[in-house]
Design a protein around this ligand. Structure first.
Ligand code: PBG
Length: 322
């Protein structure tokens, strides 16, 4: 026998030598929820181990993220009061903008402070934009608000803004508005290929959202593959610096397609439902939790993601640096 592939699997040392894909803390980004009006962290039932942070409690997590060498934190705000137009998103005293400022004060330039740029955490109807007279999400009116939201986040200190609303033309308007006020260096991490997914379920609890209806008129249909290239190329034409695929595990074909199609960094978001599935199976003793987590992250990297957003970022980084 000439070919014996098992030869390169025979010891841990040789497996380590020939491993093609690696995880490093610098590639991991930790999504965090910062809630207004709480003083103690509040557990999120459907995401065991993840909490809504108070501003003060979050500061410790930012410092820890620096110590662990994470790539960044992606901040989500949970406001106490929501309204039809998501006013809290533009208010410099709004919870997300305050959290961004806290994070910058804590970490300076040692960690990338990223912020979700979308209205759904701030609207009482839970949609990612404002509604027109017929109750439909008004693309162009929403995009104008996103432009102002991007400026508010940059002024609060965000290094990276992450438009996640899937409105047409959003990247172009945000880039224009940022540049107009001198924020040429703020990076746009575009949620370029984002699907209307059931795997965002636990996120609704995480941001206290009671979505009326669904997001199928703006997020992509799970049956579509080519459409992701169209969305990604449009975002690049409009000035996206990094493109993201979301969710991750059920969309590894999309991650691989996008990786081949572009020469900018590619990110993938391992979303709340992906987290919850593994935690739930592990809690039942049905799978080996740590191995399943590492394997899931490795698969996302192997498919082509340079950067992974994951709720396990700190835990995995701790394990990697041990
Ligand atoms: C939109 C946004 C969502 C998530 C991240 N950004 C919700 C949605 O699009 O419905 C979901 C993340 C997750 O499920 O972990 N602001």
């Amino acid at each position: 026998m000439i070919e014996r592939p098992r030869r390169l699997r025979s010891t841990a040392a040789v497996r380590r030598l020939v491993r093609e894909t690696h995880l490093a803390p610098s590639q991991l980004v930790l999504p965090m929820f910062v809630a207004e009006g709480i003083s103690e962290p509040r557990p999120i039932t459907s995401m065991p181990g993840v909490v809504q942070h108070s501003r003060e409690h979050a500061r410790r997590a930012y410092a820890e993220a620096v110590e662990l060498g994470l790539g960044g934190v992606m901040l989500f705000g949970v406001p106490e009061h929501k309204d039809a137009v998501g006013s809290g998103a533009l208010d410099p005293e709004g919870i997300l903008n305050l959290a961004i400022a806290d994070a910058r004060a804590e970490v300076g330039d040692d960690l990338l402070v990223m912020s979700d740029l979308c209205l759904d955490e701030f609207t009482d109807h839970g949609h990612c934009g404002v509604l027109d007279a017929q109750g439909r999400v008004d693309n162009d009116a929403t995009v104008e608000i996103y432009g102002r939201m991007g400026v508010a986040q940059a002024q609060a200190g965000a290094h990276v803004v992450g438009p996640s609303g899937m409105m047409d033309g959003q990247v172009e308007v945000i880039r224009r508005e940022l540049d107009a006020v001198g924020h040429q260096d703020v990076v746009i991490l575009a949620y370029a290929a984002k699907y209307a997914s059931a795997f965002y379920g636990p996120f609704r609890e995480a941001v206290d959202s009671s979505l009326q209806g669904d997001r199928r008129t703006y997020q992509q249909d799970p049956g579509n593959r080519r459409e992701s290239l169209r969305e990604t190329l449009l975002d690049l034409e409009q000035g996206a610096d990094i493109v993201m695929v979301k969710p991750a595990m059920s969309y590894l074909d999309i991650v691989a397609d996008v990786r081949l199609a572009v020469d900018v960094p590619v990110a993938a978001y391992q979303v709340s439902g992906e987290y919850a599935m593994i935690e739930a199976a592990a809690a039942n003793g049905w799978i080996d939790r740590d191995r399943a987590i590492d394997e899931s992250l490795l698969s996302i990297r192997r498919a082509g993601a340079d950067i992974v957003l994951t709720y396990w970022a700190a835990e995995v980084a701790r394990r990697l640096t041990r």
